[in-house]
Design a binder for this molecule. Structure first.
Ligand SMILES: [Zn+2]
Length: 139
């Protein structure tokens, strides 16, 4: 719902996340889609359009996250999704040895990977290409 977010805040968010998805870390410059400024806690849950509740997300992560706040870790075990403004990516995720797969380090990380499909097949394959080009993983 980026149409409700003032342009100045959208610019600030894009710079804050270095034009990378706050979840899967894909670089917008390596894709053919425009990333979206999304509400981390959805407005439908009562949260506001302000810097601390916004992040940059690729369309796939944004669509899979939708208005959810939690994801499935395993079976019936549910955990909150990663909050890019309140948590550090490296506390919850890491890259596999070849940097093509995101590894969940915590329940939050695993739930977010599962809910947002952060290791979807096409993305893993394109990460391998980005690695060969020296463009991945991000710094
Ligand atoms: Zn993403």
């Amino acid at each position: 719902m980026s149409e409700h977010i003032p342009l100045a805040i959208r610019r600030e968010i894009r710079e804050h996340y270095f034009q990378c998805c706050a979840y899967c870390q894909s670089s917008e410059a390596l894709t053919v889609v425009t990333f979206e400024v999304e509400h981390i806690v959805p407005r439908s849950h009562g949260d506001q359009t302000e810097f601390n509740n916004l992040c940059l997300a690729c369309p796939s992560c944004n669509r899979h996250k939708s208005n959810r706040l939690t994801g499935i870790v395993d079976g019936d075990l549910v955990a909150p999704l990663f909050h890019p403004q309140q948590q550090k990516w490296l506390d919850h995720f890491d890259w596999s040895i070849n940097a093509t797969v995101i590894v969940g380090l915590t329940e939050v990380g695993i739930a977010t990977i599962n809910q947002l499909h952060m290791n979807r097949r096409q993305l893993v394959e394109v990460r391998a290409l980005w690695v060969t080009l020296g463009k991945h993983p991000p710094n």
